[in-house]
Design a protein around this ligand. Structure first.
Ligand code: CIR
Length: 258
């Protein structure tokens, strides 16, 4: 069974009030409440048996607390991405510094321009990686990513996105062949062989749950998804992410788990 030992998070910054948002979940984030929610998120992760590296806030960018996007961390290598959102691209520099503590130099790979890729578009299912081709992740980014993964014995396939920000905005793997699927992903042939739980439309945000060592962290306020995840046999912890949701961010975006 997969086991995560480490998690990296980055504290929210005051500039988060300027973060990118689609406006799907309206409102300006309340910074102090976001800090409290981030504290609770860290506590939840600690309960899952991982050590948590907490990086300080970086006020140079509005969205760096969403650490999932500038890196993809696997058992065998780290891939520093090249975020497609211009205001986020520079986040890759400081995340690489943090990642260096965990991976030797020759296991740190890079996506380079004109390729773009964001970690929110990457879903790891065992040794296979699904990668979303989105407004943030382009064909060249996927080509480079696939070639890097192949060096380490991993496979990769592309999933076209039409509606949501990132692949994991709408589909998440909970190990044991279980997958949460919503919206445009419900009938994708790529996910046919998994045990799919179809997320009710009104709880679409909760498609973004995270599996951490047989506990599933579920966003607070989504009772149908919570019940479904419990029925799959997982321990669950709920965490309120209302302030991150206003920036289209969810539970997976807030950490790197490896
Ligand atoms: C953005 O639009 O880039 C941020 N406001 C939210 C990023 C969410 N990250 C993710 O889904 N992995």
């Amino acid at each position: 069974m997969r086991k995560f030992n480490h998690v990296i998070v980055k504290r929210p910054c005051k500039a988060m009030t300027e973060g990118i948002t689609s406006g799907l979940y309206p409102g300006i984030p309340d910074f102090n409440l976001a800090l409290k929610q981030h504290d609770a998120y860290i506590e939840a992760l600690k309960q899952c048996g991982v050590d948590v590296t907490i990086l300080p806030a970086d006020e140079n960018y509005p969205d760096p607390c969403f650490v999932e996007d500038p890196a993809v961390l696997t058992e065998k290598c780290a891939i520093i991405t090249n975020p497609g959102a211009a205001s986020r691209n520079g986040e890759k520099v400081s995340i690489e510094e943090a990642v260096r503590k965990f991976y030797p130099e020759d296991r740190i790979e890079h996506i380079i321009s004109p390729g773009t890729l964001e970690g929110g578009d990457v879903m790891m299912c065992g040794n296979h990686f699904f990668v979303g081709r989105s407004a943030r992740t382009n064909a060249e980014g996927i080509r480079q990513f696939t070639a890097i993964l192949a060096k380490y014995g991993y496979t990769c396939s592309e999933v076209r996105l039409e509606e949501v920000l990132h692949l994991k905005t709408g589909v998440n793997y909970l190990e044991n062949n279980n997958m949460l699927v919503s919206g445009e992903f419900i009938n994708k042939p790529e996910f046919e062989t998994y045990n799919k739980y179809v997320i009710p439309e009104e709880e679409a945000y909760a498609a973004n749950c995270i599996w951490v060592n047989d506990t599933v962290i579920v966003p607070e306020g989504y009772p149908a998804v919570l019940e479904a995840v419990k029925a799959m046999g997982y321990k669950t912890i709920t965490v309120d992410t209302s302030e991150f949701r206003k920036l289209d961010g969810g539970l997976s975006c807030l950490s790197l788990r490896f």
